[in-house]
Design a protein around this ligand. Structure first.
Ligand code: 5RP
Length: 222
């Protein structure tokens, strides 16, 4: 199977996983990216089985609406039962790097609210140690240089992602050459830099379950 076929297979596995958990008042949180897009497309068939969704990006919201799936503002719902999203890397503790698509802040907000975070990924995303994928950091534009200098002090090589403005009108700095051993400490240290909105480490709140597409089928990791 190609990588796209693996992504589609895990999106369909996520549909099977969530279907028994849906009821007429269920709100499903929806991630961002190509794997999440396969999930959105498949979710259209179930749209009468749940109340609606909250989206982690404008692009996902638009795709959901194009299928006639209701999208609510997060502030207008009481509870998000399930959140389904992809990842750029996962370790075996289901701590993630996310934000390759620059949607990390809204993704982290929906993750924080959700009762269950179901991560969907192809097998290339499972790693022994996080950090080969450059860690994205969302930054208030006027703090770009300050945050860059502070990131260097933490031991990485920061690179401004040219031409990218997030849904929150901020910029992204990607942290290269940054092996991540103590993920929770690094997540906290970066978030503590003034001017950082958040970073793409999902370590304090990892995924609850990882559905991983492999050539042998979809595996469930907890
Ligand atoms: C977007 C993300 C995505 O989940 C991550 O980049 C994975 O994307 P894809 O499913 O296209 O491989 O964090 O901000």
């Amino acid at each position: 199977m190609t990588q796209d076929e693996l992504k589609k297979s895990v999106a369909l596995a996520a549909i099977d996983y969530i279907k028994p958990k849906l009821s007429s008042d269920t709100i499903v949180g929806i991630g961002t990216g190509s794997t999440a897009n396969f999930f959105i497309d498949a979710l259209a068939e179930l749209k009468d089985l749940f109340a609606g969704t909250v989206a982690s990006s404008e692009s996902s919201a638009e795709r959901l609406r194009s299928h006639g799936i209701e999208v609510f503002e997060l502030n207008s719902v009481d509870n998000v039962s399930l959140y389904v999203d992809g990842a750029d890397e996962s370790n075996h503790a289901l701590q993630l790097i996310k934000g390759g698509g620059a949607a990390l802040t809204r993704e982290k907000i929906v993750t924080a609210v959700a009762d269950e975070f179901i991560c969907i990924a192809d097998e290339s995303k499972l790693v022994e140690g996080l950090g080969a994928f450059p860690l994205p950091v969302e930054v208030i534009p006027m703090a770009r240089s300050h945050v860059g200098r502070e990131l260097v002090k933490l031991g990485c090589s920061p690179v401004y992602r040219e031409g990218v403005i997030t849904d929150n009108n901020n910029i992204i700095i990607d942290c290269y050459d940054f092996p991540i051993n103590e993920a929770i400490n690094i997540e906290r240290a970066i978030n503590n830099i003034v001017g950082v909105v958040t970073n793409g480490l999902f370590a304090e709140r990892p995924a609850d379950v990882l559905l991983l597409a492999t050539q042998q089928g979809v595996k469930t990791l907890r």
